[in-house]
Design a protein around this ligand. Structure first.
Ligand SMILES: Cc1cc2nc3c(=O)[nH]c(=O)nc-3n(C[C@H](O)[C@H](O)[C@H](O)COP(=O)(O)OP(=O)(O)OC[C@H]3O[C@@H](n4cnc5c(N)ncnc54)[C@H](O)[C@@H]3O)c2cc1C
Length: 418
């Protein structure tokens, strides 16, 4: 890698935003480089509490990275393996919902490694917070207001007026990234006419690790297994896509009415249900930054890309960003090069751009294909799904894609050290 050497006194990283992917990056880099790299994470709204009630499907690659960072074992009580995924295509009123496609754990992926795990966000964020503190990552309860290039680095001005010198700033400040806008990096995107409703549902019968995705005409309704617990002994997370215009009517009633709406869509085999947490509705968008980098600036997570949640891949893209950026920065530091150099950022963008575009296009295409009730499309997609189900090679391709195991993955996603 070509580039100018950077004075070791200036080797410091400022991460704007303390989301899960951002903290994973900070931890990986601090662990790998110790005192040779100062890492500060700035966020005006820190704390794991803001993740309350949220759970994410973490693909196999993300799980391997968390295991490599020593976090996975401690999350056993807060995660559930998805050992089977069943996909159906039906109308709300259909009495039965035939399964057109099902995925199981794949013995060839590594001792039957599950496709993904549902992980509760609050304990995951708390574990990351604790590990970052133990590793020496500095936490600053301030936002990053603006950046100014200095001789061999960048000055990050915080909301309290203080200034931090850095070799590289990571903008992990969410979909409406202030730093992305200030850097003049364009954003291509549009709002879906849909919202994602998330809730935790307690149920009387066990889920046995089975995730279900019903493609209903208004959008997919996913039932995703959580670790046992709650009032009825078993719990699942739902991600329920609806037309935004219909959300007030669906969620506006009292608790019993909302539960009845969920029951109409939920998996009847799980028995009696109760609402444990939520529901909360989130308007859905599709968006991608025109570039994932600026001068001494890397975009990470939703600041770089926002996709439809139907495949549960938004955070996984962020974790893959963290793995790729950690690898690019580590490569530079080991050669004594500037970690904020243009070539480092170009390597990061190369590693992430295609994957991200492919995932954005795939989730957008699936949403278009399924979120409607036109008969020719129903026939085409049901035939397509049935065909995939009968072809093991194609099924493996889709399963590997969903598990984040395809292509030339960064080392951390393979579970290897940096
Ligand atoms: C309904 C729904 C369901 C989903 N389900 C899944 C799933 O199952 N699996 C999955 O992988 N993904 C899922 N996602 C996607 C996932 O929620 C997001 O991709 C992920 O939370 C984005 O994390 P982030 O850290 O990039 O951004 P955010 O979580 O938005 O974090 C940004 C942080 O930056 C801070 N900040 C803002 N401005 C500044 C500033 N100027 N300086 C410093 N800090 C700042 C904020 O306080 C915040 O803490 C889902 C999304 C939705 C809407």
């Amino acid at each position: 890698m070509a580039g100018s050497t950077h004075p070791s006194s200036g080797r410091s990283l400022v991460v704007a935003g303390a989301g899960i992917a951002a903290l994973t990056l900070a931890l990986a880099l601090k662990r790998a480089h110790g005192p040779a790299l100062a890492v500060a994470v700035c966020d005006p709204a820190p704390g794991a509490g803001r993740h309350r009630g949220r759970a994410y499907a973490v693909a196999a690659g993300g799980r391997r990275m968390l295991a490599r960072l020593g976090l996975w074992e401690g999350l056993a009580g807060a995660s559930a393996a998805i050992t089977e995924m069943a996909i159906s295509d039906s109308r709300l009123a259909d009495p039965v919902r035939p399964v057109f496609l099902s995925f199981g754990a794949d013995p060839e992926r590594g001792a039957g490694e599950p496709l993904a795990h549902m992980v509760e966000a609050e304990p995951l964020a708390a574990a990351l917070d604790a590990a970052c503190a133990a590793a020496g990552v500095e936490r600053v309860a301030q936002g990053v207001r603006r950046l100014r290039e200095t001789g061999g680095g960048v000055a990050a001005e915080l909301t309290d007026g203080s200034v931090r010198a850095a070799s590289l700033v990571v903008a992990a400040d969410g979909a409406r990234s202030r730093l992305r806008e200030a850097a003049g990096i364009g954003w291509v995107g549009r709002a879906y006419p849909q919202s994602g409703i998330v809730a935790t549902v307690g149920h009387a019968r066990p889920h046995h690790g089975r995730a279900v995705q019903h493609f209903l005409p208004s959008g997919p309704f996913a039932v995703l297994p959580l670790a046992d617990g709650g009032a009825l002994g078993h719990r699942s997370s739902i991600v329920w896509t609806e037309r935004s215009a219909d959300v007030p009517a669906l969620l506006g009633g009292d608790g019993a009415e909302v539960l009845a709406e969920i029951e109409r869509r939920f998996a009847p085999e799980l028995g009696e249900i109760v609402l444990e947490d939520g529901p909360s509705a989130h308007p859905l968008t599709l968006g991608m930054a025109r570039s994932f980098r600026g001068r001494r600036l890397a975009l990470l997570g939703d600041a770089a890309h926002v996709i439809h949640p139907l495949a549960g891949q938004g955070l996984n893209l962020g974790l893959a960003d963290a793995a790729a950026l950690a690898e690019a920065v580590t490569g530079a530091l080991r050669l004594g090069l500037d970690p904020g150099g243009a070539d480092v950022l170009a390597a990061y963008e190369r590693a992430r751009r295609f994957d991200t575009l492919a995932m954005a296009a795939a989730t957008d295409g699936l949403n278009r294909l399924f979120s409607n009730d036109a008969l020719p499309l129903r026939l085409a997609r049901d035939l397509g799904l049935g065909l995939v189900d009968r072809l093991p090679g194609l099924k493996r391709f889709f399963a590997d894609e969903a598990a984040g195991m395809r292509g030339d993955r960064p080392r951390l996603l393979r579970g290897e050290p940096l």
